[in-house]
Design a protein around this ligand. Structure first.
Ligand SMILES: *Cc1c(COP(=O)(O)O)cnc(C)c1O
Length: 352
């Protein structure tokens, strides 16, 4: 009965709910409300099932090459995985092997502490300031690595690339990971810094701005050395993380830059309109450069609004955690969905 002493015990990450019901307004996991690029549909329709007999390309060359071209990098500077969660988990395992704690903000993507616990990496959270901004000085101390989401989740706050560069420059003995899951919605990317700093790894994902959360594609960009180490770990773990359909569909998405830009622009326009409406209804929020808004109401507690929305089959995200328990994270849906949400909130807030 002692086998349980030898179990790797972890407290798993809790993802936003995926309701089974149709016709709900789902604004709780930052998915894109628009379909993937038309080329993705073409590829999947014409997909040659016979190739499923064979293992997929372990180097994922087609997709790696498309991404390298798009970002102006060499193929050896790009690493692809099953969502950026897979890429980040592998990066934690690969680069965070010091006895010193890794650093990340106290309010950020709640998978970071889960991966740290999973891989037995010591960590120390650095408090954001009262406006949910990073204080760069917090990252000038000894550490075993740094991970920063930019723009940050769930706050939506964007940090300046110049400040992040100071952090990267001050830490030549650590790998600094910048998680750019939301950068396409108006942030400036750290990718141009890659050729300057060998210790910088930037991750991005197809789940938000490319409308492909269900396909599971994420990637990392960095120096050839960093990417080489990531590949060594991947090939020691599972050579075939990317399936043949994901490789083909992902490549089609990257090849349609125009559709991508149009989709992102639509989401941004809806976000800006939603900001105005939420302000009008008495919500306050840090300015968002993402596809969600992290909002608190001036008088009504977040938990009450969350419950009221939930009763209307409107799903948003709320965390009972220190500093943020009065905030809700509302993903940006279509204009029609956001109108329904605003309309309901207007009536609800007038009645409480
Ligand atoms: C959504 C998200 C990810 C992971 O997305 P994948 O679907 O695994 O690519 C990573 N980091 C942050 C901050 C996110 O919000």
């Amino acid at each position: 009965m002692n086998w349980e002493n030898n179990v790797r015990r972890v407290e798993p990450y809790v993802a936003g709910e995926q309701p089974r019901k149709q016709n709900v307004i789902k604004l709780n996991t930052n998915e894109c409300p628009y379909p993937p690029a038309p080329g993705v549909e073409t590829v999947l329709h014409g997909f040659d099932y016979d190739i499923l007999r064979k293992y997929p390309d372990p180097d994922v060359s087609l997709l790696v090459n498309a991404l390298a071209k798009r970002h102006g990098l060499s193929d050896r500077q790009v690493f692809v995985g099953v969502g950026s969660d897979d890429v980040l988990a592998m990066a934690f395992m690969t680069f965070f092997n010091s006895k010193k704690p890794i650093l990340f903000p106290d309010i950020t993507y709640s998978f970071y502490d889960v991966w740290a616990e999973l891989h037995r990496i010591p960590y120390e959270c650095q408090p954001l300031d009262e406006y949910f901004r990073i204080r760069k000085e917090d990252y000038f101390k000894e550490n075993g690595g740094i991970v920063i989401a930019n723009p940050n989740a769930p706050t939506g706050v964007l940090a300046e690339v110049s400040m992040l560069e100071e952090i990267i420059k001050a830490n030549p003995d650590s790998v600094v990971i910048i998680d750019e899951a939301y950068v396409d919605f108006g942030g400036e990317s750290c990718v141009p810094l890659i050729d300057k700093y060998e210790n910088l790894l930037v991750t991005q994902t197809f789940s938000k701005s490319r409308s492909m959360a269900g396909m599971r594609i994420g990637y990392a960009m960095g120096s050839e050395k960093l990417i080489g180490y990531l590949n060594n770990v991947k090939f020691s773990f599972n050579s075939y993380t990317m399936n043949a359909a994901a490789i083909a569909a992902g490549t089609a998405s990257v090849e349609d830059e125009e559709y991508f830009q149009d989709t992102v622009a639509k989401v941004v326009a809806t976000r800006e309109r939603t900001k105005n409406e939420l302000s009008r209804l008495g919500f306050v929020f840090p300015d968002s450069k993402t596809n969600f808004i992290f909002a608190a109401h001036k008088t009504v507690p977040a938990q009450e609004i969350f419950d009221a929305l939930r009763a209307e089959e409107i799903y948003v995200r709320h965390w009972n955690k220190p500093r943020i328990s009065n905030y809700m994270r509302i993903s940006i849906g279509t204009d029609e969905e956001m109108e329904k949400v605003i309309c309901f909130l207007e009536k609800y807030l007038a009645a409480v």
